[in-house]
Ligand binder design. Structure first.
Ligand SMILES: [Zn+2]
Length: 155
């Protein structure tokens, strides 16, 4: 019971990117289980390549060791690949947050140049004005950039 409560608590902590998506904070189980496949699905190319090469290297080393008849070092090489999965799980969400922040920044610049067609509304909590075009339509909740309270999607 304690574990599920802790998990629920962890799941409440998200980083929300304006116009992007919410990223869970803490350990990423999808990243742990699917490592480089997960990285590709999240468009984290560099991480995908590094993870893939590390796992391939570990597999080659353990295969070579096993062919030479040394089973214990071969097992250690396999164990090291589990270490790669743990690293992916621990850093997965941080990689995503960094990547989204980077892409979000580019998105804002592009919008500024084109001038989006959107409504200008006021935050019901602090009165700060915002453009509906700056937020993604299918995002569950929009947050005010001034006071962090949820924003209405329509006037
Ligand atoms: Zn506000």
């Amino acid at each position: 019971m304690g574990d599920s409560a802790a998990l629920e608590e962890t799941m409440k902590h998200y980083d929300v990117y304006q116009g992007c998506e919410a990223v869970k904070r803490g350990f990423s189980w999808p990243a742990f289980f699917f490592s480089w496949i997960w990285a590709i699905s999240r468009r984290l190319w560099l991480q995908a390549i590094v993870i893939f090469v590390a796992l391939l290297g570990m597999w080659v080393i353990s295969t070579m060791l096993r062919e030479q008849g040394s089973t214990l070092p071969a097992h250690l090489a396999n164990l090291a690949s589990i270490g790669v999965f743990v690293v992916a799980g621990v850093y997965g969400n941080r990689w995503r947050s960094a990547e989204l922040a980077r892409r979000g920044y580019i998105l804002e610049v592009t919008k500024g140049l084109q001038g989006p067609v959107s409504e200008i509304l006021s935050c019901t909590s602090c009165g700060a004005q915002y453009r509906t075009g700056d937020y993604r339509e299918n995002a569950e909740v929009w947050y005010c950039s001034s006071c962090n309270n949820p924003l209405p999607k329509k006037s």
